[in-house]
Design a binder for this molecule. Structure first.
Ligand code: DX5
Ligand code: ZN
Length: 218
């Protein structure tokens, strides 16, 4: 299966987010990636559940909500109600990862675990049965437009092996500094979904389809 693309609306024009979501959907986005930052877990402040609710009617594609908030539990419910389909959390953002993942599943949503560049694979050891997605950070979270960290590649290969061993249909998504220059290597390393902010939205709406096609073809 060819790699799929989840454009991060962090790189969209925030003055017209509804138009941007419609345009990136029409351009071939597979998922809509929403970066939620709290100025506490990460040094930036972005999108709350009310914005997700307002955007929900602008696309039928899955909303892939990446929670960079501490604590995450209360917001999990708010984003689920707002229309998130996939909710991903960082193990460092709370004391009870297992409980948070159970809560996401109890809400009928797909659950993901996000691994920062320095977070070991062992964070996945006892939650493989609870997750639908592993999100590998290839930058430190907090900002779009950062450079890809190469050590993500062997990590992706190692997680690919774990997922295959588990026999489960767990998505392997990569986030940060993804572009047409590394997308092919990421897919070959076992990634199934690529988050792309800058690389999807660069050049404005007239370029979105070509941007996404270039990532898929890489
Ligand atoms: C970083 C976010 C990313 C970011 C990616 O904390 O999780 O999703 O928007 O942006 P680019 O693709 O520009 O690196
Ligand atoms: Zn993200």
């Amino acid at each position: 299966m060819p790699v799929r693309i989840a454009p991060s609306i962090l790189s969209a024009d925030f003055s017209k987010l509804g138009d941007e979501v419609r345009a990136i959907d029409a351009a071939g986005a597979d998922w809509i990636h929403v970066d939620v930052m709290d100025n506490h877990f990460v040094p930036n402040l972005t999108i709350g559940p009310m914005v997700v609710k307002a955007l929900r009617s602008h696309s039928a594609k899955p909303f892939d909500v990446h929670l960079m908030v501490q604590p995450a539990d209360a917001l999990v419910e708010a984003f689920a109600e707002a229309g998130a389909d996939i909710l991903s959390v960082h193990p460092e953002s709370g004391p009870h990862l297992h409980r948070t993942l159970m809560r996401i599943r109890a809400l009928g949503k797909q659950a993901g675990v996000v691994l920062n560049p320095a977070t070991p694979l062992a964070a996945l050891d006892h939650v493989m049965d609870l997750i639908d997605l592993v999100l590998v950070m290839s930058v430190n979270p907090g900002f779009g437009g950062q450079s890809f960290i190469e050590s993500a590649l062997p990590k992706i290969e190692a997680i690919r092996k774990r997922i295959d061993l588990s026999g489960k249909a767990i998505e392997l998504e990569v986030d940060g500094g993804v572009d047409a220059g590394n997308a092919g290597r990421l897919a070959n390393s076992g990634a199934t979904m690529l988050v792309a902010g800058t690389a999807s939205f660069k050049g404005g709406p007239g370029r979105y389809a070509a941007n996404i096609a270039a990532l898929k073809a890489a």
